[in-house]
Design a protein around this ligand. Structure first.
Ligand code: CA
Length: 340
């Protein structure tokens, strides 16, 4: 609780110029899982820190609990970011993994959230970030997080948006759960309904994107995430979808795409420090689509990329993306404030 109050104090010192960023048509700073470079991902303190650092949008990854409540977690598993194996040792599936879907919200709330650890090594994925198993953090429901952001928007007078991702909807449906409908119900409760509302909904699965528009009648902003592989779950064909014909068709269904950095640019050893841009952003823009690539990390730069500054310059000055998912919303925001 103490940490939360300290962070809220910082929120009040947020950079005033940044408040106007979105309306100035500057690229959007999307806080990836919150300010996850500094605090355990998807905890409310990580969201408060991102808010205080001036992010335009704060991301929520969403999965369902056993009692069908949308909760904010990156994975369908809870064993890489919580102490579930200690607290409920017998509740894993045959594959040895612990699934959020097998726990009620009341049970998930009992878990202690920690900085992400590798399931293979048991060590921190990012060793220089917040130390694993330190301090005290909890899982939030989507409703709790949206209430938290709405509260900050009232107390600061800002209008920071949300960026929820529907995680593995095809898998959820195979388990007998309809994640998208549950997420839309919560968004509706918090008045996120149209493209005028500061909300971008995202999903990796193209059939679910179509379902969101057609069957579930989502009228707000929508982003198709693009994977690194050629194909994704449930028959999603990223090669076809990012072809000119695919982008043209997508432009009638979504507001933009969220590709990995590697589909926007590569860094080769033959021209050290210089990016080789793909034409994806240009072709998407030609179809009227926004492009929000993932993920900027100062501690995991793309192979061959010499510095965070070089990455920011390549993304914003050369590729001209419309926003970016970043684990370090302060550093991305600082770069935009000083370089644009
Ligand atoms: Ca995500």
């Amino acid at each position: 609780m103490k940490i939360r109050f300290l962070l809220l104090g910082w929120v009040m010192l947020a950079h005033p110029l940044w408040v106007q960023a979105a309306s100035e048509n500057r690229p959007l700073v999307i806080a990836h899982r919150g300010a996850s470079g500094y605090l355990p991902e998807h905890t409310l303190p990580a969201k408060a820190l991102a808010y205080g650092m001036g992010a335009d949008l704060i991301e929520q990854d969403v999965v369902l609990s056993k009692d069908r409540v949308p909760v904010v977690l990156h994975d369908i598993h809870v064993d890489t970011t919580t102490d579930v194996a200690t607290r409920f040792p017998d509740r894993h599936r045959a594959d040895g993994r612990y699934y959020a879907l097998d726990f009620t919200v009341a049970e998930l709330k009992q878990l202690r959230v920690t900085e992400r650890i590798s399931i293979k090594t048991g060590k921190a994925v990012f060793p220089h970030r917040f130390p694993p198993k330190m301090s005290s953090f909890q899982i939030s429901t989507l409703a709790e997080e949206l209430e938290f952001i709405a509260g900050l928007n009232q107390s600061t007078g800002r209008r920071v948006g949300i960026y929820p991702e529907i995680k593995q909807p095809f898998w959820h449906r195979q388990q007998g759960y309809d994640l998208s409908s549950a997420v839309l119900a919560v968004l509706d409760r918090f008045h996120y309904r149209s493209k005028d509302d500061p909300c971008w909904l995202q999903c990796f699965e193209y059939p679910e994107i179509k379902r969101l528009r057609e069957e579930l009648a989502w009228r707000g902003r929508l982003i198709l995430l693009v994977g690194t592989a050629k194909t994704g779950e449930n028959g999603t064909d990223y090669e076809e979808l990012t072809s000119d014909a695919g982008l043209q068709r997508l432009s009638k269904e979504v507001d933009g795409i969220g590709p990995p950095l590697s589909r926007v640019m590569t860094w080769s050893q033959s021209s050290p420090g210089r990016p080789a841009l793909s034409n994806l952003v240009q072709r998407a823009h030609a179809c009227g689509l926004r492009v929000h690539p993932y993920t900027v990390r100062k501690d995991e730069l793309p192979s061959g990329c010499p510095s965070l500054d070089a990455l920011h310059a390549a993304l914003f000055s050369e590729a001209k993306v419309d926003g970016v998912f970043t684990d370090f919303p302060d550093l991305t925001g600082n770069w935009l404030r000083h370089e644009k």
